[in-house]
Design a protein around this ligand. Sequence first.
Ligand SMILES: [Fe+2]
Length: 484
Amino acid sequence: MSQPIRFPEIQLYAGWGEPMRTECTIDALEVIQGEIPKGLNGTLYRNGADRQYPSGRTDDIFIDGEGMFHMFRFHDGQVDYRCRWVHTERYLAQAKARRGLFGRYRNTFTNDPSAAGLHNGTANTTAMFHAGRLYALKEDDLPYELNPDTLDTIGKTDMNGQITSTRFTAHPKVDPVTNELFAFSYQARGDGTTDCVFYLFDKDGRKVKELWFDMPYAACVHDFAITDEWIVFPFFPLITDMEAVKKGGAFYQWNPDKATHIALVPRNGDASGIRWFKGAATSAGHMMNAYRDGSKVHLDLCLYEGNCFPFFTTPKGEETPPVPPFLTRISMDLDRNDEGFEKSKLCQVPSEMPRTDDRYQGRPYGQGYMIAYRAQDGSSATARIDMKTGALDVYTPGPGDSVQECQFVPRTPDAPEGDGWLIVPVSRVAKNRSDLVVLDALNLAAGPVATVKLPVRVRSTFHGTWVPEDTLKTGVYPYKLSAA
Ligand SMILES: [Fe+2]
C-alpha cells in the first residue's frame, strides 16, 4: 500500500501557505475593476515554490519546494492564466514514487536512498527569457527550458555546453536595451566550493565572456548587480560547511564574526583587475540596482544588519534575532585604498523584493519599486521610491492582504524612465484567492487601473519577468533609453 500523504502541521503550511499542488488553465480571467490598458500586450511569467509531496520533515523552509511556474498572458484587453510544475529530475522521481524523496533544503545527505544521484534542483526561483528561449531557474542547478506558450518542460540545459559550471544563478540580468545577458554561478564547481564565475552572453545567446575567481568563503550569493564598467558581487557570511552538511545539518550557517566582502569585477578585463571592499557582517538577498558615479560605484540593496535567514543558525546552533531589511546604499570609492565602503539608509520603511524599470539596470536611475512592510498582521504594500528625494508613493491592497514582487512595463519602448505600469500579484488572504492588479507606475496611490480576479490562490511566487508580445516571436526586446 502507498504511504498516506499528509503535510506536517507547521506554520509554513498553514493558511496562505497551504500547498496548492494544482496546475490550472483559465482563459479570459474576470476583470473586476477598470480596464486593461490598451497596448499592454505580452506575458508576465512568474515562478515560485509549491510542495508536490511532504518531505517527511518539520524543518522545511519557504524557499524550498518544487517549481510552480505561472503565466499571465495579456492580449487585447484580456488576460489568460496558466500554471504548471517544472518537470525537474526531483519532480519526476517523486511523481513516479508518489511521495517525497528529498530531505532538508539542498542537503543531498538527507535524501531517500532511492534518490541517490538525482539533483535536488527545484527550478523554483525565477523566469528568464533570452534570445527567444524561456527558462526556469534555481541557483543550485542548471536552467530548465520551458515552452513559452504551454509551459511544458523541454529539459535541463547547459546552453549548448556554454555553462561550464555545475549551476547557474536565479538572478540573471537581461538588459532589455542591448539584449545582453549577465549571469554567474557561485559554489560553481559543486556544493561547498569557493568558485565564482561571471558569464556574459550576447543578444543571440552566445557566450562572449567567462571569468572565474575565488570567493572569500563558500558564500550564499543569491543576487548581484551590474554597471557599465564593473560587475558587483556581494559576499555575506552565510557560509556552507560541508562537514555540517554531511551530518545532516543546514546548508548555510550564519558567521557574524566574518566580514561582508564585495568584489568589483571588471566588465572588460580579467581576474587580476578585481577590486575588493570589506565591512562588518551583514546580509541581503536582493539588489535594487548599481551604477558608476565618477570614481564611485553605488550598490543599492535591501540590507539586513544581521542574518536575513534566521532559520540558518550559527555554527554553534545559536538562533539569531530577525532584523528588518532597509533599502541601503553601499558606496565604494575606487580612489580609496583601504578596502572600506560607505553605507547610508535610503528609506526608513522596511522593504524587500526591489525592482526598477529594467532599462535602467546598471545605469543612473530615478525610480525604484519594492514591497514595503507596514503592519503586524503580515500585510504589505507596493512602494515606489524617488531615488533623488526619498519620497514614497504607495499602493496598499487592503487590511490583511499582501503583495508579491511587482513588474514594471514601459508604456512604450522609449517611454521616459518609470512611465508605464506596475503589475502586482495581490494575495487576498481572507478570501483565499489572488488578484493581479495593474497600477499606473507614476501614481501608485491612485489605486489600480485594472484588477484581474483569480478564482484560485497564487500561493507563492518569488520573481518573474515581462516579455512583450512581439519579443516572444522575435526573441528581441525593443526597448530604448528615453532621450528625455
Ligand atoms: Fe531572489
